[in-house]
Design a protein around this ligand. Structure first.
Ligand SMILES: [Fe+2]
Ligand SMILES: [Fe+2]
Length: 333
């Protein structure tokens, strides 16, 4: 059986565009999201094992109420990360793509998949928003906690702020969107198959992942149209920043967790997170970037992108790049 990526080719965008009316979850599954059935308060909102400090003795010593509250806030933060990636990174990029800001996006089926993906993304934001609100109501969370922009966005904005040229900024958004769209299912799958949590939470991740299974090939195809039409300075720029985009997408968010623990009134929040951070090899919550690697190979630039995919194999102890570089380094560095 051919895998989903090897079928990517000239006819792929046409096929994705033609099947969208039948495939898109906004059409087929809206009822499941808006009317998800009863909420069972005994079930956790988020997989407990995904908390990087889940086994820390100062955390496990907390009352059940406090740990449950932490778990609920982690679920809210997970949704906030997804929504922020769509609202502040993917959708602005889809708008730029629709407005012809990049070369190679003029054929009708290319424009079609851009608009379809954009519609999907807005629906995803709505879907996650509904799920979060349901949790807030069920758990009696009334305060709108101010949560930091997720790490993936922070690193992009820090780099974009330092761009001297607008094309550099545009390409960074395109790059972050590409890496995000081809990798997001690894992030969604963290919840999609989990049977320990609220069924609706796994369902939202599953429905989202179904749409994203098409967006990955869409972005891969778009990059194959755009990249060869860029001048060499622009191609070099993308090659230079690919590693940062990958580590930013997969990064564990160590600015977020002290906030979450603080909101749940867990004492020694900073210490708990610092300990979890030093116990982590690469500071990543995701380590499977095989789809990015395949794209680099298809673009013919795998050997020019300085990212050690092998180092991320399970059991490897080597970190992939300096996880904090992008938040502190200049674009020209
Ligand atoms: Fe999405
Ligand atoms: Fe997407």
């Amino acid at each position: 059986m051919e895998d989903s990526h090897s079928s990517v080719g000239p006819g792929t965008l046409r096929r994705i565009a033609d099947t969208w009316p039948r495939r898109a979850t906004v059409r087929t599954d809206m009822d499941k999201v808006t009317d998800p059935g009863p909420y069972d308060p005994r079930l956790p909102d988020y997989p407990e094992h995904l908390l990087p400090f889940a086994a820390h003795p100062d955390y496990t010593a907390q009352s059940e109420d406090r740990r449950r509250h932490t778990n609920t806030l982690a679920w809210i933060a997970y949704n906030a990360r997804v929504i922020a990636a769509e609202e502040h990174v993917a959708n602005p990029t889809f708008t730029m793509l629709a407005h012809g800001r990049f070369p190679g996006v003029d054929r009708y089926e290319v424009k079609q998949v851009v608009q379809q993906s954009h519609v999907d993304e807005v629906w995803h934001t709505y879907m996650h928003m509904v799920a979060m609100q349901r949790t807030r109501e069920a758990r009696g969370i009334t305060a709108e906690a101010e949560i930091v922009q997720p790490v993936t966005n922070r690193r992009l904005f820090a780099l974009a702020d330092q761009c001297a040229e607008s094309w550099e900024r545009d390409l960074l958004f395109l790059l972050w969107t590409t890496v995000g769209e081809v990798s997001i299912n690894a992030f969604l799958d963290l919840l999609a198959g989990d049977r320990t949590i609220q069924p609706m939470h796994a369902l939202v991740a599953r429905l989202h992942a179904r749409d994203e299974a098409a967006h990955g090939p869409v972005l891969a195809e778009l990059m194959k149209e755009i990249f060869p039409r860029l001048d060499s300075r622009q191609q070099d720029f993308l090659i230079r920043w690919f590693p940062e985009a990958i580590t930013a997408f997969g990064a564990e968010d160590y600015d977020l967790w002290p906030q979450v623990l603080g909101l749940a009134k867990v004492p020694k929040a900073a210490d708990i997170v610092n300990d979890a951070r030093s116990a982590s090899d690469a500071g990543l919550m995701l380590t499977d970037f095989s789809t990015v690697r395949r794209l680099l190979r298809d673009l013919g630039i795998e050997g020019r992108v300085e990212f050690d995919f092998e180092a991320l194999r399970p059991g490897s102890s080597r970190a992939a790049g300096d996880a904090d570089t992008a938040e502190h380094a200049g674009v020209g560095a």
